[in-house]
Ligand binder design. Structure first.
Ligand code: NAD
Ligand code: LMR
Length: 326
C-alpha cells in the first residue's frame, strides 16, 4: 500500500460532493492501492451538514480512507494538498448562462488560489468544477503565482462524456467503440464538440452521420445539455458531474486510455492559435502524472470558426474579472 495523499474538496456538503467524496474514498479516482486523506472545505453555515457527510464516510468503513478534515478555513483545507477539486460555488438556475455566475463565484477562487499558493504541495493538481469553470480556474491560477500554471485545469469531461453518448446512440454503437472525440474551448454553450477525427468502431464518424444532424442536433444538444438537466431535475447535474471529475483526475494521475485522448481545459501554450494563458479545452493525452495537448489535429474552416468563437467568449470572461487577476 502507498502512503496516503491529501485530497482537498471544496463545497464538500453540496450536491456534487455527495457523489464525489464517496467515490474518491472508494479508490475510483487514484486507484485501489492509494489511501487518501480528505480535506473538506465548506462555508461556516454548512459545517453541520458537512459533519453529517463525514459521519456517513465513517460509516462506509472505506479501507482507503486514511483521515478526514472538515473546515471552513481554506488555509487548513489546502495544507499540503496533493490534489484539489474546487467544486464549491453557486450553481445556475433555469434561464441562466454559466457566465451569469461570474460575479457570484469569482471571488471564491481568488481567495482559494492564494491559499493554494501559500499552503498546498508544490506538485498539487487542481481541477475546477464550479462554474464558470474555465474562468474560475484562470482566477485560481493567477492567484497562485508560485505554482506552475500547468497544474490548474477546468472540467470539460462531462461535455466529452455527453458527446460520446450522443454519438454512440446515433450510430447504434457503444461509447467503447468511439475514439478521438474533442471538446474545444469553454465549458459553456459556445463549446465546440468536434467529431471530425472521431472514429466509431474504426470507421470515420463524419461518414456515419449527416452534416445536418451534426450541426443542428448533436452540437446544440451537447452545448445545452447542462440546461436540459436543470430543466428536467430542477437542479444542476450532480452525479454525472462528480463522475466526470473522477475521470478527469484519474486520467491525469494514472494516464489516459491507450490509443485515445480526453478533453481537458488546460493552460493554453498557444497551440492551435489559442491565446496563451487562457484555460481552454483541448484534446489531451496524460502519462506519468502529466498532460500534453495533442498536436497536429487538422482543423477545417468550420472548426476554426467554432474554436475561435469559444476562445472569444473566454477572453470576454477574463476581461470581466480583470480586477481579480494579479
Ligand atoms: P451545491 O449548491 O449543491 O453545492 C455547492 C456547495 O459549495 C454548497 O454546499 C456551498 O455551501 C459550498 N460553497 C459555497 N461557497 C463556498 C466557499 N467559498 N468555500 C467552500 N464551499 C463553498 O452545488 P453543486 O450542484 O454541487 O454544484 C457546484 C458547482 O459546480 C456549481 O457552480 C455548478 O454550476 C458547477 N458544476 C460544474 C460542472 C462542470 O461540468 N464543470 C457540472 C456540474 C456543476
Ligand atoms: C453542467 O454542464 O451540467 C453544469 O455546468 C451545470 C450547468 O450549469 O449547466
Amino acid at each position: 500500500m502507498k502512503s496516503p495523499v491529501r485530497v482537498a474538496v471544496t463545497g464538500a456538503a453540496g450536491q456534487i460532493s455527495y457523489s464525489l467524496l464517496f467515490r474518491i474514498a472508494a479508490g475510483e479516482m487514484l486507484g485501489p492501492d492509494q489511501p487518501v486523506i480528505l480535506q473538506m472545505l465548506e462555508i461556516t453555515p454548512a459545517l453541520g451538514a458537512l459533519k453529517g457527510v463525514a459521519m456517513e464516510l465513517d460509516d462506509c468503513a472505506f479501507p482507503l480512507l486514511a483521515g478526514m478534515i472538515c473546515t471552513d478555513d481554506a488555509n487548513v483545507a489546502f495544507k499540503d494538498a496533493d490534489y484539489a477539486l474546487l467544486v464549491g460555488a453557486r450553481p445556475r438556475g433555469p434561464g441562466m448562462e454559466r457566465k451569469d455566475l461570474l460575479e457570484a463565484n469569482a471571488a471564491i477562487f481568488s481567495v482559494q488560489g492564494k491559499a493554494i499558493n501559500d499552503h498546498a504541495s508544490r506538485d498539487i493538481k487542481v481541477l475546477v468544477v464550479g462554474n464558470p469553470a474555465n474562468t474560475n480556474a484562470l482566477i485560481t491560477q493567477r492567484n497562485a503565482p508560485d505554482i506552475n500554471p500547468r497544474q490548474f485545469t477546468a472540467m470539460t469531461r462531462l461535455d466529452h462524456n455527453r458527446a460520446l453518448t450522443q454519438l454512440a446512440q446515433k450510430t447504434d454503437k457503444t461509447i467503447n467503440d468511439i475514439k478521438h472525440l474533442t471538446i474545444w474551448g469553454n465549458h459553456s454553450s459556445t463549446q465546440y464538440p468536434d467529431i471530425h477525427h472521431a472514429t466509431v468502431d474504426g470507421q470515420d464518424a463524419m461518414g456515419l452521420i449527416d452534416q445536418n444532424w451534426y450541426e443542428n442536433d448533436f452540437i446544440p444538444t451537447v452545448q445545452q445539455r447542462g440546461a436540459a438537466i436543470i430543466d428536467a431535475r430542477g437542479a444542476s447535474s450532480a452525479a454525472s458531474a462528480a463522475n466526470a471529475a473522477i475521470f478527469h483526475m484519474r486520467d491525469w494521475a494514472l494516464g489516459t486510455a491507450e490509443g485515445d485522448w480526453a478533453s481537458m481545459a488546460v493552460y493554453s501554450d498557444g497551440s492551435y492559435g489559442i491565446e496563451e494563458g487562457l484555460i481552454y479545452s483541448f484534446p489531451c493525452v496524460c502519462k506519468d502524472g502529466d498532460w500534453e495537448i495533442v498536436q497536429g489535429v487538422e482543423t477545417n474552416e468550420f472548426s476554426v470558426a467554432k474554436m475561435k468563437a469559444t476562445e472569444d467568449e473566454l477572453k470576454q470572461e477574463r476581461d470581466a474579472v480583470s480586477h481579480l487577476l494579479p
